[in-house]
Design a protein around this ligand. Structure first.
Ligand code: 9MR
Length: 451
């Protein structure tokens, strides 16, 4: 744990403790406890997201809740294979881009879901096999990840490839029949196409230590040992009326392998325990420093794929349910800050400079001859209406592309300025931008100034 992170958690712990005694209202630092899911999660560096559907973005109640509550979005169906490549080699991004643009407009992270999955394969792929299918799969990964390059926080590169039941092995599918190495080939293709995105394996029925989650655990351990580029594991968490007692321990054992963990598709059957189960999941994520965020699989009960089970945080009219309050309280109770060390390797992080209107820190994913830098800009105690970040590049290095910021110059000291949607930061609020470059990445702390 870095000194900064340790002192931040201590500050958080003491602020919460002090306020519980004095007023019963949880306060974080000097700011008031956050009152929305996204802002509450952001207090510890996490996101709180929702799966959204392009077809619902015209519904004012829906978008009202979305804009107010969430700081991450996932495309429920719009970035899947059948949606993005309906006939071979013809790519359609209209609806996927609507989700992306909604996320950008909100200043939210965007999760990409999902590059390869045995369900929702387009018809033309369902009837393929062997080398032709393998080539089509990898082309799909490359094309879609390239289209969204630099815009996606995390990609579900492969979804639901493990079998249910006690085998702990792979599920049979035409993807699997192209050879057991299809998963690592997909991760390598995704990394080459979008080096900035975190690359996740995502699955369900992995909500505790069981044969299926252990099979996935063994795959991730093997990938890390052999340098296959995997950064995160998604735990869908489509839950019934009970939750396994080792839910948190399971997240932790994956985190201990050196990957981030994310709750990616949370919904919980309505019943006496719904609010408690939501709280248990939230507390588990908050307790694992590499648990970087939670996504619920829809907004209102009426938006859910689980018809009749009322599994979400808002009722059909958009009112907050008891489960909402239990989640918000668990987020506001705090926990160790996330994200943990960024996992693309090697990774170097420079510390933010203390004091001032804002501070910035860089985490790097470097390889021989190039790098991707993710820069986190954090406002000081008064908030900012705009920011500039100065990054010193070593001689011989140059910026080749930038996202979520504009840059002046490409070599030496490069100044980055906010774009329209991420300039305003509340006190203590943060945003991220990134850039890719040739040569070596920055090694000294960036400067940050209010604009
Ligand atoms: O919520 C999605 C629903 O609208 C689709 O009809 C369905 C198609 O299979 O996929 C649902 O989302 C799934 C997700 O992509 C992967 N994990 C399970 C989710 C629920 O089925």
């Amino acid at each position: 744990m870095s000194l900064l992170r340790r002192s931040r958690s201590l500050l958080l712990a003491s602020a919460v403790a002090a306020v519980v005694v004095s007023s019963g209202v949880a306060l974080i630092g000097t700011a008031q406890a956050a009152t929305t899911l996204g802002a509450s999660a952001a207090q510890t560096g996490r996101y709180y997201g929702a799966a959204i559907a392009a077809g619902r973005l015209g519904d004012a109640t829906y978008t009202g809740i979305l804009n107010r509550e969430f700081n991450s979005v996932t495309a429920e169906n719009e970035m899947k294979w059948d949606a993005t490549e309906p006939s071979q080699g013809r790519f359609t991004y209209t609806n996927g881009d609507r989700i992306l643009n909604q996320g950008i407009a909100m200043g939210a992270k965007v999760r990409g879901h999902a590059l390869l999955w045995h369900q929702q394969e387009p018809g033309w792929a369902q009837s393929m096999s062997g080398t032709a299918l393998r080539n089509a799969m990898m082309n799909h990964v490359t094309q879609v990840a390239t289209h969204y390059r630099g815009r996606i926080h995390s990609w579900d590169v492969v979804n639901e490839a493990f079998a249910d039941g006690g085998s702990g092995g792979r599920r049979d599918s035409n993807l699997q029949r192209t050879g057991n190495d299809w998963i690592e080939a997909a991760f390598r293709a995704a990394r080459a196409a979008d080096p900035a995105a975190k690359l996740c394996y995502n699955d369900y029925n992995t909500d505790g230590i069981n044969a299926k989650s252990t099979g996935i655990y063994n795959m991730v351990r093997d990938f890390k040992a052999r340098g296959v580029p995997i950064d995160c594991v998604g735990f869908q968490s489509h839950l019934g009326t009970t939750i396994s007692g080792d839910y948190q321990a399971n997240l932790q054992r994956f985190a201990d392998l050196g990957v981030d963990v994310q709750i990616t598709e949370l919904d919980v059957a309505q019943g006496g325990n719904q609010a408690n189960i939501y709280a248990t999941v939230t507390r588990a994520c908050m307790a694992v420093s590499r648990c970087t965020g939670i996504t619920v699989w829809g907004i209102r009960d009426s938006d859910s794929w689980r018809t009749g089970e009322n599994p979400l945080l808002f009722d059909n009219s958009g009112n907050k349910k008891a489960a909402y309050t239990s989640v918000l309280n668990a987020l506001n109770a705090g926990g160790p800050s996330s994200p943990g060390p960024s996992s693309p390797s090697p990774s170097v992080s420079t510390s933010p400079q203390p004091g001032g209107a804002c501070s910035a820190s860089v985490s790097l994913n470097s390889w021989n001859g190039g790098f991707v830098a993710t820069v986190r800009v954090t406002a000081g105690s008064s908030g900012v209406n705009g920011w500039t970040v100065g990054v010193n590049l070593p001689a011989g290095s140059a910026v080749t592309s930038t996202w979520s910021a504009g840059n002046s110059g490409t070599t030496g000291t490069v100044n980055f300025r906010n774009v329209s949607y991420n300039g305003r930061l509340a006190a203590g609020g943060a945003t991220e931008f990134g850039f890719q470059g040739t040569g070596a990445g920055p090694t000294v702390s960036p400067s940050c100034a209010a604009a």
